[in-house]
Design a binder for this molecule. Structure first.
Ligand code: ZN
Length: 131
């Protein structure tokens, strides 16, 4: 397993970590296989989406805020229920195919770390198969 540290800058923050995952594949000399990228947090998740137009992640933030307002009369006393729910909507892991040493992503796809209760220092774990 390999860990990278992500420093988020605001309550909600989508950070493109594709380069770090590609570097992990190169370090492990993975030619053909799978990399699992896992976020070990309950108020930050991960997703794959468009990298060309930054308005896409901005719009995702807008839609998630509409779906799950920060103040919603929730029970959880820590006061960050919206962050927990958004994390489950995005998910805690993605799996990417490695082919000839390169991440097999679509032209417009990147891997985004999704912060929902920042700013914080976060961790991302990566594991490759076969090891
Ligand atoms: Zn909480």
């Amino acid at each position: 397993m390999n860990e990278i540290i992500v420093q988020t800058k605001s309550r909600t923050d989508f950070i493109n970590i594709t380069r770090s995952v590609q570097e992990f594949a190169e370090k492990k000399q993975t030619r053909d296989g799978l990399i699992t990228v896992f976020v070990p947090h309950t108020t930050a998740g991960i997703t794959i989406n468009e990298n060309a137009d930054p308005d896409v992640t901005a719009d995702m933030e807008t839609v998630l805020d509409r779906m799950v307002p920060w103040n919603g009369g929730y029970l959880h006393r820590e006061g960050n229920t919206a962050a927990h729910v958004k994390t489950s909507l995005m998910g805690s892991s993605v799996q990417v195919i490695v082919q000839d040493g390169q991440l097999a992503l679509g032209t417009w796809q990147s891997i985004y770390f999704c912060e929902f209760d920042g700013p914080r220092t976060r961790r991302v774990w990566m594991s490759e198969f076969p090891a």
